[in-house]
Design a protein. Structure first.
Length: 135
């Protein structure tokens, strides 16, 4: 699906907020009181570890509106691994890699790997990827 860059940023931001809320609701969490008495809920930290997470710094577009590239990773203690691109979940995540689609535009893309342990705890790592629209 091709989206204009501004809409993609807005949709990505909304998805990140929704995913954060879902993660907090689905896992054991702790409440913290911030300034002004505001209470925030933090997802429970995971026991799984991310030993490696490789995302290309840039991928060539060769005149296309979107391209597919592969990210690789190695986790230990994870029951499942999840990959998100600009806040949207990626389907078909294998045990050690995922093929991701990115829109060709001048904005950086956020790629997130989340290793989920058997108790639902989450360990997350984030990387940025750009697209080369000149090639």
């Amino acid at each position: 699906m091709t989206m204009n860059p501004i809409r993609r940023v807005l949709v990505s931001g909304a998805l990140v907020v929704a995913l954060a809320g879902l993660a907090a609701a689905c896992s054991d969490s702790s409440a913290k009181t911030g300034a002004g008495g505001t209470t925030t809920t933090q997802p429970r930290a995971g026991t799984a570890t991310i030993a490696a997470f490789t995302v290309p710094e840039s991928v060539p577009c060769a005149g296309k509106t979107s391209v597919t590239t592969t990210v690789t990773f190695q986790t230990t203690g994870a029951k499942t691994n999840e990959v998100y691109v600009d806040g949207a979940p990626v389907g078909g995540v294998a045990a050690d890699h995922a093929d991701i689609d990115v829109h060709c535009d001048p904005l950086p893309h956020t790629v997130v790997l989340t290793a989920v342990d058997a108790d639902g705890g989450r360990t997350t790592e984030k990387k940025l990827l750009t697209t080369d629209t000149t090639s």
